[in-house]
Design a binder for this molecule. Structure first.
Ligand code: UDX
Ligand code: UDX
Length: 466
């Protein structure tokens, strides 16, 4: 018998889009997405679809089609758990900021709270699916809580990690490279649970692309995928520094090696460093797990990916200061972009935050323009670092709605996010409004060097020598 009701706890970047696509592809299943954050749920229910809490290309069309039909957003967590046969846990698992494992381990507080709530409320058997990225073996903790605090009903735990990337979430969900489902494949109940979830995805994903494994392989595969992707970015960024010293161009190097089919072209764009909610968190988590098993070489190996990433951000801001005659105090510097990559309003771990923080410590005045990120978010990101008082951040950094105004009277423009619109700007007009010499630091390598130099700019591209 197929599932009729699904509940998803956590209406975030993962839970929201994932449930919208399942609802679209499985019209016979009712899905309720719940969250303790009332304003987030209100935003998901907003009549005006431009107010959805998450910006993702194509998402509002899907929500328009399914919301109120078989997709619902609510704050009544108990009711949604009670009536569902299958429950996704998609709450956040930030890096711990306190106690043992501070700064490295995943904070599983919210996961545990969810498990306890599910155990308390459930009056019938349930399948509980880990959607959040979790350290390997978390499922055994969830199982123990469910079995020991529940009402005697049966729980099956599955791991079904999400591989969607922000900015392409809808596309990634509609045609995933693969869907991974881990479960207890040694028991009949476990196998049934796995098949129940397979059947849901089989509504639109070819069966050969749905992989089933044991729970631990599934949990560890997600951390592994993110670690490998982040490692590629740190590898090419390490080469970018060597390119700058040798006159090589990192884009040319990336193209040349990417055409080797063994290496492949993806994740070879040199940048100011990777950001996003997953890469850093998941690698730190992997390092912590390795250390906790006493595997120090493996831990150090992966930690180096993070060290390289931090270095890349520092190097970018150092280079700006050095080029601007070793002082940026009182100078206006323009940031184009704040999001951790284009086509998202998410700023978690964005390299822009650290680059800004370094420059503010040098007493620069920063003017930021980002097409999708709201000013409150930008100030919150900086305040969270605790480097200086919020009032000082407000005084030194301003957020501007118009890119030309952001660049007016500026000494230098820094490209922090690869938004497509930056390529279309009237750069001659920007140049005319700037202090001379007018510098551009292209941290994403997206602008046309020859064109900018012919206007008069001094152009610096990450990973390029002369
Ligand atoms: C989350 C995890 O952080 C990540 O590890 C995983 O891979 C995918 O899910 P994301 O969806 O981006 O990522 O997180 P976020 O946008 O912060 O959404 C989580 C939501 O859960 C928030 O809206 C929060 O209010 C909600 N939540 C959190 C609950 O409803 N209950 C809780 O107890 C805790
Ligand atoms: C990532 C994974 O791709 C996804 O599978 C997983 O589920 C969650 O984490 P996401 O964080 O949304 O997704 O973004 P991604 O596109 O992977 O980019 C991460 C960071 O790496 C961004 O800051 C991006 O700008 C940077 N990056 C990516 C580069 O600097 N160079 C590249 O070539 C690719």
């Amino acid at each position: 018998m197929g599932v009729k009701n699904i509940c998803c706890i956590g209406a975030g970047y993962v839970g929201g889009p994932t449930m919208a696509i399942i609802a679209q592809k499985c019209p016979q299943i009712n899905i309720t997405v719940v969250d303790i954050n009332e304003s987030r749920i209100a935003a998901w229910n907003d009549k005006d679809l431009s107010n959805l809490p998450i910006f993702e290309p194509g998402l509002s069309d899907v929500v328009k089609e399914v919301r109120g039909r078989n997709l619902f957003f609510s704050t009544d967590v108990d009711e949604a758990i009670d009536k569902s046969e299958l429950i996704f846990i998609s709450v956040n698992t930030p890096t711990k900021t306190y106690g043992k494992g501070k700064g490295m381990a995943a904070d599983l507080k919210y996961i545990e709270l969810c498990a306890r709530q599910i155990a308390r409320v459930s009056k019938s058997d349930k399948i509980v699916v880990e959607k959040s990225t979790l350290p390997v073996r978390t499922a055994s903790a969830i199982k123990s809580i469910l079995d020991n605090t529940g009402n005697g009903v049966q729980f099956q735990i599955l791991s079904n990690p999400e591989f969607l990337a922000e900015g392409t979430a809808v596309q990634d969900l509609v045609s995933p490279d693969r869907v991974l489902i881990g479960g207890d494949n040694t028991s009949k109940e476990g196998k049934n649970a796995i098949n129940t979830l397979v059947d849901i995805y089989a509504h639109w994903v070819p069966k050969e692309q749905i992989l089933t494994t044991n729970v631990w392989s599934s949990e560890l595969s997600k951390l592994t995928a993110n670690a490998f992707l982040a490692q590629r970015v740190s590898s090419i960024n390490a080469m970018s520094e060597i390119c700058e010293k040798t006159g090589a161009d990192v884009n040319e190097v990336a193209k040349a090696i990417g055409m080797d089919s063994r290496i492949g072209p993806k994740f070879l764009k040199a940048s100011i460093g990777f950001g996003g909610s997953c890469f850093q968190k998941d690698i730190l988590n992997l390092v912590y797990i390795a250390k906790s098993y006493g595997l120090y070489e493996a831990a150090n190996y992966w930690e180096q990916v993070i060290i390289m990433n931090d270095h890349q951000k520092q190097r970018f801001s150092d280079n700006i200061v050095k080029t601007l005659y070793n002082t940026v105090s009182g100078k206006k510097i323009t940031f184009l972009g704040w999001a951790f990559k284009k086509d998202t309003n998410d700023t978690r771990e964005s390299a822009a935050i650290n680059v800004a923080d370094n420059l503010l410590s040098e007493q620069a005045n920063i003017s930021v323009y980002d097409p999708k990120v709201i000013p409150e978010r930008i100030y919150a990101d900086l305040d969270y670092l605790n480097t200086r008082y919020p009032e000082e951040n407000k005084e030194l950094l301003s957020v501007v709605k118009d890119p030309y105004e952001a660049c007016q009277d500026s000494h230098c423009v820094a490209i922090l996010t690869e938004w497509d619109e930056f390529k279309e700007y009237d750069w001659k007009r920007i140049y005319n409004g700037m202090k001379k010499p007018a510098f551009i630091f292209d941290g994403r390598g997206i602008l046309n060097k020859n064109e900018l130099e012919s206007i008069g700019f001094v152009y610096y591209k990450i990973g390029s020598g002369e």
